[in-house]
Unconditional design. Structure first.
Ligand code: FAD
Ligand code: FAD
Ligand code: FMN
Ligand code: FMN
Ligand code: FES
Ligand code: FES
Lengths: 263, 305, 305, 263
């Protein structure tokens, strides 16, 4: 009999839906785990069943309800290739929920890039008043902006700011430009900026938020070997000196706690 | 039911499954996944006299059936460990092995002295071979005279079990193992990580900040087994195996090669409750075959020649 | 279209993809899978003065992301190679590198002299490091003085390209690499196999007849890259990479680390037409990025420090 | 463009049928390859798609017709586990046909153990007069004796000699006992003994055939890294001295060519 004091589960793949652009929606049954999860938290998922790939992969929780865990997975390398070709009904190891959550606050400004949208969607779903939120969501092309219907069902259309690098949907360029304009145009509002996406995007968002005197929280995207604090591999340089683990102290950090210049 | 107990010199462990240093923190995170007293012993993250920040990221990357790390021996320092962590572990009743490293002999001696005075440490393990830190001991681990001198000095101040952890980055291990034994080591741990490197072919960047790092995981298991087998035949003191163990059959393989206990490292990252599975798997292996105790396996590999 | 040509000292190869010794026979079987002239060069199975039977089976076993072998350098001998095989390879117009080994310096010298006289060999590669045969050269490969003496003696009788293949089973490679260069080597091949072992946990038997064997395949790639990077910075002669290359991106990784050519070994067993795929993949990589030639990549890894 | 001078193919799994006892019938589309294959030959099949397992696995050809290759695969380790859980429609690397064939001869006596039945079934299917053949087929239990209907359709019932270790079907014991009786009872017949199965069984069959003055051919079961002669890993000790590769000179050998005492 194996004692289970924290959640390590055989997650069974319930459904796998291709979303285009290399993205997949994976739904796992993960009894017990799903119910405890909060927005910003992640799970470690084992890809394949042999010695290679060896380590589990971190994925933000997109949505969790009852016994079901929803992940948004982009196929980028071997691990995500194996995960996004798993057969429905297959089982794999799922560890979690892990890490720190985004602080729930009215009027928060969400900044999402790529799969960084996942924890922010969970945030909006869990929020007592999603209509108070704004979303700035950027991607390469329209094809890479995902689950827009679901977002439209949560936030007023005017609060949805889509940006694409090729201009195929919404504003053309990077998500930081409309974010900056928005914060400048709303100097009195106090909602925090919550960013998740590529590191340069989060770094820029943090600078913009600071300039606008808004609190800013970011979800760091560091390579992880364990996900629960024992390998010390996932560190980010800390303003307080030294390094902090992004799996246990993060992945969600107060942007002011990170020594961005050392990243 | 088979008896899983093993002895490593004067120490008796309830089973041969140990954690590897640097792969289990100080046990506090693992405690949330399984009761620590299911382990034979806990070998904690390498400790130095002063706390250390470690290396800048990136510190890890995956490689075929393995991983590279260059954590840089980040740790809370011996004082914080003894004062804050050890009492918690002691309450769990779990044998604790303190892995130690320093930049000169005096540091090792001072660390061992502190461990001698502390309650709840059953052995110290000298890390002479960490390839991550420029002066983190690599010179101690490759020259027999250096191993001998260091081990002898620590031996003078430390009366409990003294383990010496060997590096695989050497031409011949036997003289090094013999040197450690002669200087009074109670056991040898084989092996630490292999020195390796990886490059991102898309960005052209070295995958580790320090360029070189330590290779661990199943990829190195054949090298680890060879070191265990070679040293077990060269010395009379017990060998603790380490390197890529992932399954109960891997534990059996290490025991057959001559290890009296086996440390599990990298695989804990994949599955933190693995030690419990290994213990149960090993018990089933023995029970199915009617093997009463580990001494019937240890060192019993059949060679062809 | 990018230029895939590379030079290794005085030699120019049409591309940097070579076979590794012992993993391509004498080319005759590979010819049935792809036209050999798609290769940069063919490095044939290690040759000795007399034919050799090799070791009794079992000679191979699989390990995590790798394999162990102890073939024992079975080969047809230099005379049969020169007289019967070489003419066939010459007709294919493929550069042939003869991998040589012996039990004493005189044997290497005699082999090199025979290669000097033969037509159709563009380089010899001295295997100083095969861990399979008890006296198969292991002592030459771990001591700088021994490498120097042997290389110098061969240099005296061999005027074409002289490659020295280094063993990874050493504490520090730099003195060995420097010794080979000083004695007149034209290039260094990094690396041969790592010494390892495996045991069948069900039968308790060593998986190899010789107990220990050589570890190869993707598992050792991080170690191979480290040796390439270390030696490329320590010597002025070119480095030929070898160890676990499996994909075109692996070839790029070896080039970035400093190799001017890359030998593919174990992966040929899985896919004998791999060299063609690697050549095409490498060409696509360069073309997509507008990289005109390999010199823009070789040694260009960006380190953090 | 990749030149293909010998057969390396993306074999597509057409159908996978569990036969019980850990055995599976795998049907691949392997155009070109299947048509050229002869009984006793084998293919190397890649299991999985990552660095582990690394080497392809050898399997005797059970049957080949048109573009379809049939294999009988027993799940014993990681590679065969991955192969026998492959999804239908998935592709993998198949190399072959490789190695030497069993000599076609009237009145041949087939001796099969476990998956060693596969090449002998192919032999019987290809034979111009299968009714002249005898089959001695042994396994642990009745559950491990496979494709009996197919065998019954090929050979007269009286020529089918089934043996199980637990006596659950046919004679109880090892296949070599009835084989020996049969050869003694038919001293005038000259058909060769063709054996494929565990090495001890083949060694015993070779001794029994020699005692009965019958030619004997065996299909050796050695670990293989390449399957086509370049690794020298698959050798067996040769009566002529030294070692011979079982992938190129075998797997089917004249039993007299093998130095059995050195095995
Ligand atoms: C807290 C956290 C949450 C995440 N949430 C999601 C999510 O919701 N959906 C999702 O698709 N992905 C998410 N990721 C990223 C995901 O973990 C990686 O894409 C995955 O590990 C890649 O594995 P792989 O084997 O496919 O690629 P690999 O073969 O490991 O790598 C492929 C390429 O991606 C790069 N890479 C790998 N990991 C990272 C990383 N963490 N950051 C930047 N580059 C990397 C590699 O250097 C390489 O170039 C998250 C990561 C973290 C740390
Ligand atoms: C010419 C030839 C034809 C074959 N035909 C068939 C066939 O038609 N059907 C079939 O199911 N199998 C066949 N085999 C055996 C098959 O190749 C092995 O079962 C397979 O390679 C095991 O791979 P694995 O990864 O599942 O097991 P591994 O994890 O590699 O090994 C599992 C266990 O099996 C043992 N083992 C592995 N390979 C062999 C071997 N060749 N002989 C004996 N023990 C071995 C290992 O030592 C280990 O104990 C054939 C082998 C050869 C050489
Ligand atoms: C992330 C990481 C950190 C490590 N830190 C230490 C350490 O502090 N001291 C030490 O002696 N070994 C350290 N090691 C080496 C392991 O203890 C072990 O020797 C090695 O990883 C091989 O075992 P494994 O393959 O089971 O991981 C570390 C290994 C890893 C992967
Ligand atoms: C089966 C086998 C036989 C080998 N024989 C030789 C040899 O005769 N001479 C030699 O220098 N290296 C020999 N090697 C080592 C390879 O040339 C190469 O250095 C090593 O396998 C690492 O490369 P790889 O991982 O690409 O295989 C052999 C390797 C294998 C796997
Ligand atoms: S991922 Fe291991 S400590 Fe954070
Ligand atoms: S399997 Fe490689 S030579 Fe036979």
């Amino acid at each position: 009999m194996m004692p289970q004091m924290k959640k390590i589960l055989k997650g069974n793949l319930l459904r796998r839906t291709g979303l285009g652009g290399g993205y997949h929606l994976l739904e796992f049954t993960a009894p017990g785990l799903a119910g405890e999860a909060g927005p910003g938290q992640f799970v470690m998922v084992r890809a394949g069943s042999t010695h290679h790939p060896l380590l589990s992969r971190p994925f933000s929780i997109l949505w969790a309800e009852g016994d079901t865990l929803h992940l948004l997975v982009k196929a980028v390398g071997e691990g995500t290739r194996l995960l996004t070709t798993m057969g429905e009904g297959e089982a794999t190891l799922v560890l979690g929920p892990l890490g720190a959550e985004f602080p729930l606050a009215d009027g928060a400004v969400l900044v999402a890039g790529g799969y960084g949208m996942a924890p922010l969607y969970f945030y909006a779903r869990r929020h007592r008043c999603p209509a108070s939120l704004h979303l700035f969501y950027g991607a390469r092309t329209a094809q890479h902006l995902l689950l827009l219907d679901r977002w439209r069902a949560l936030l007023p259309e005017a609060h949805l700011h889509f940006v694409t690098e090729d201009g195929s949907l919404g504003e053309k360029g990077l998500v930081t430009a409309p974010l900056e304009r928005f914060l400048k145009a709303n100097p009195a509002a106090a909602g925090p900026v919550l960013a998740c996406g590529p590191t340069p995007m989060m770094k820029a968002s943090a600078a913009i938020a600071r300039a606008a005197d808004r609190p800013c929280y970011v979800s760091m995207d560091e390579p992880m070997a364990c996900g629960f604090g024992i390998c010390l591999g996932c560190v980010v340089p800390a303003t307080a000196g030294g390094y902090v683990c992004s799996c246990t102290k993060g992945p969600v950090f107060d942007a002011a706690a990170i020594r961005w210049e050392a990243l | 039911m088979s008896d899983l107990r093993t002895t490593v010199g004067p120490l008796t462990f309830k089973n041969p499954i140990l954690t590897a240093s640097g792969c289990c923190g100080y046990g506090l995170e693992l405690k949330e996944f399984f009761p620590l007293d299911r382990l034979g012993a806990l070998v904690v993250k390498g400790l130095s006299l002063k706390p250390r920040d470690g290396n800048p990221p990136p510190r890890i990357c995956e490689t075929p059936a393995g991983m590279l790390n260059s954590i840089g021996l980040q740790n809370i320092g011996i004082e914080a460990f003894v004062n804050e962590v050890l009492p918690i572990l002691e309450a769990d009743g779990i044998p604790v092995v303190a892995n130690l490293f320093g930049e000169e002999e005096e540091a090792y001696v001072a660390l061992a002295r502190r461990c001698e005075a502390a309650r709840g440490i059953c052995a110290v393990e000298l890390n002479l071979s960490c390839p991550n830190v420029k002066k983190g001991g690599i010179h101690f681990g490759t020259v027999p005279e250096a191993i001998k001198a260091l081990t002898a000095k620590v031996r003078q101040v430390y009366t409990h079990s003294l383990w010496v952890k060997l590096s695989p980055n050497v031409s011949t291990v036997v003289p090094l193992a013999v040197a450690a034994q002669q200087a009074g080591a109670d056991a040898l741990t084989c092996i630490n990580t292999l020195k390796g490197m990886a490059i991102d072919p898309l960005t052209w960047k070295a995958k580790l900040h320090t360029t070189y790092g330590g290779l661990s995981g199943p990829a190195i298991k054949p090298v680890a087994l060879r070191f265990v087998h070679e040293t077990a035949r060269a010395v009379d003191i017990p060998i603790v195996g380490c390197g890529g163990a992932a399954t109960a059959l891997d534990i059996v393989e290490f025991l057959l090669a001559g290890a009296r206990a086996v440390q599990v490292g990298t695989l804990l990252f994949q599955n933190p409750a693995l030690p419990v599975e290994l213990e149960e798997g090993l018990r089933a292996y023995l029970d199915e075959r009617g093997i009463p105790s580990l001494d019937a396996i240890i060192g019993k590999v059949k060679t062809h020649a």
